[in-house]
Design a protein. Structure first.
Length: 175
């Protein structure tokens, strides 16, 4: 049996007129500054942990494959091509400059939003130069390590690249 229309209308009116719970979605007051500080401190701690973890992993790979001994030209250590390694470092410059321009200058100093998900906005020549520079750096670093390590050099370069990008991301989260 159906309820009379007046009972349904009264129930709907009572439901609509009830007080909304406080919160940003319900039109209530936003969370206080203490909640924002707490979230910011948790984010910084997570970034510090990430920085430490990937820094340690990168250091371990360098020590395990004796890259530090190779760079010091110690006897018995595999030889690394300094020319190719220098080319790899020079190829990183466009990537570093574009990263500093986009992340530090535009986002931090000018307070402009940085939309990296919008491919049309990100297809500028600066982004292409940075990407090509990073790709060349990766290739040159792999070639520099090949004489001493064989195919293991690809693993070394991949892990060091991932660790470096993660450490830069974590350092940005700390700042």
């Amino acid at each position: 049996m159906e309820a009379p229309a007046s009972d349904v209308a009264r129930a709907q009116g009572a439901y609509i007129a009830r007080p909304a719970p406080p919160g940003p979605d319900a039109g209530g007051p936003p969370p206080g500054p203490a909640a924002a500080r707490s979230e910011d401190s948790r984010s910084r701690v997570a970034s510090l942990l990430k920085l430490g973890l990937f820094g340690w992993l990168c250091w371990w790979f360098i020590r395990y494959y004796e890259i530090d001994r190779s760079l010091r030209n110690e006897p018995g250590a595999p030889r690394i091509s300094a020319t190719w390694l220098g080319l790899a470092l020079c190829s990183l410059l466009p990537f570093v400059l574009v990263y500093l321009y986009a992340s530090v200058w535009r986002r931090r100093i000018l307070r402009e939003p940085l939309d990296l998900q919008n491919w049309q906005a990100g297809s500028s020549s600066l982004v292409h130069a940075a990407t090509i520079g990073l790709l060349f750096a990766w290739i040159f670093a792999a070639i520099a390590l090949f004489p001493g390590y064989g195919l293991g050099s690809l693993l070394i370069v991949a892990v060091v690249t991932i660790c470096t990008v993660a450490m830069v991301d974590a350092a940005e989260g700390v700042l």
